[in-house]
Design a protein around this ligand. Sequence first.
Ligand SMILES: *Cc1c(COP(=O)(O)O)cnc(C)c1O
Length: 397
Amino acid sequence: MTDFAATKALFHLPQGVIYLDGNSLGPLPKSAATRVSKAVSDEWGEMLITGWNKAGWMAQPGALGERIGRLIGAAAGSTVIGDTLTIKVFQALASGLSLRPGRKVILSDTGNFPTDLYMAEGLIKALDQGHVLKTVAPEDVAANIDETVAVLMLTQVDYRTGRLHDMNALTAQAQGCGALTIWDLAHSAGALPVDLTAANADFAVGCTYKYLNAGPGAPAFISVAPRHIDHIAPALSGWLGHAAPFAFDLDYRPGAGIERMRVGTPPVLQMAALAAALDVWDTADIADVRARSIELTDLFVTLVEAACPGLTLASPRDGYARGSQISFAHPDGYAIMQALISRGVIGDFRAPDIMRFGFTPLYIGEEEVRAAVAILAEILESRLWDRPEFKTRAAVT
Ligand SMILES: *Cc1c(COP(=O)(O)O)cnc(C)c1O
């Protein structure tokens, strides 16, 4: 059984703050601060260029990918980190389309995060082979899977509502029609159990700065099913995905296995933070995290609905049908969220009217849930949010 008091003690949480935004940016694991500082002074500072070999910087993308792979049920040797999630989406999509040359449809849904859809649009233009991006409502995905689909590209947990797609069923259905699947695990990795092997998923991508707590700008990951990797000629054919980067050949040859999904120089300092953040997962069982997350989110919904009549639940009511966040809609959601933040309860806002609250049992418990709802109810009752200062939109919402 995971000791959540012990995991909470591993994080730096600012005084007077109830942090319900770990779904956007996880808080600082205390060990990450020391690990990064050591990487700066002992490795970069003392080793200089020799750190690539001496401190093992060059091998870390594979080693860290392996640790993430274990959290998401990926086969050994099928996960690597690097770049940003946006780039990893592009790589997965380009790979998937190249494996289904006769087909032209990328199927996704209108709940997908825009960058995933934008990358599909950009890739279609660059390829110029008549591909189309078809986006349907999340509940209509299954009905639109047919023999024209090359790749089904979905984000498992909807970033706005938290609605969870059935990865196993949709993967099986897509593969039954000869299509490949790309699962974006941005709001899944570290939030709920994922088993890519059991789902027989073809590709998975995700970021490490949300529920994995590796810090702002932390690298993304990509997993490719072992049955595909040797058949992929990477579209982003960077030198660190080359079979022999230091041979400095003039021609590209893909590296062995998942190494070919590397592109350029890895972010060494961010990898130090990621390594420390992953240590937290050595003490936590994702099944316990999931069970506790459902308890906490259920409690939040019950308390908010009892105390805040103006808010409409925008997430599935069934805990098993959603990820680890709860969203409520309100026409003045932006101002209410700003008022909440001014009172130390940090969630976020997603246009047009969604207030989003992430629940991460590693450091959030029942006490924080109750206190957050009490503050929310007070803000609504006093109309504290109805002030100009809470209505000016910042660049990041
Ligand atoms: C957070 C998120 C992203 C962000 O991509 P970056 O390249 O890290 O900025 C992409 N896709 C989904 C589904 C997300 O939730």
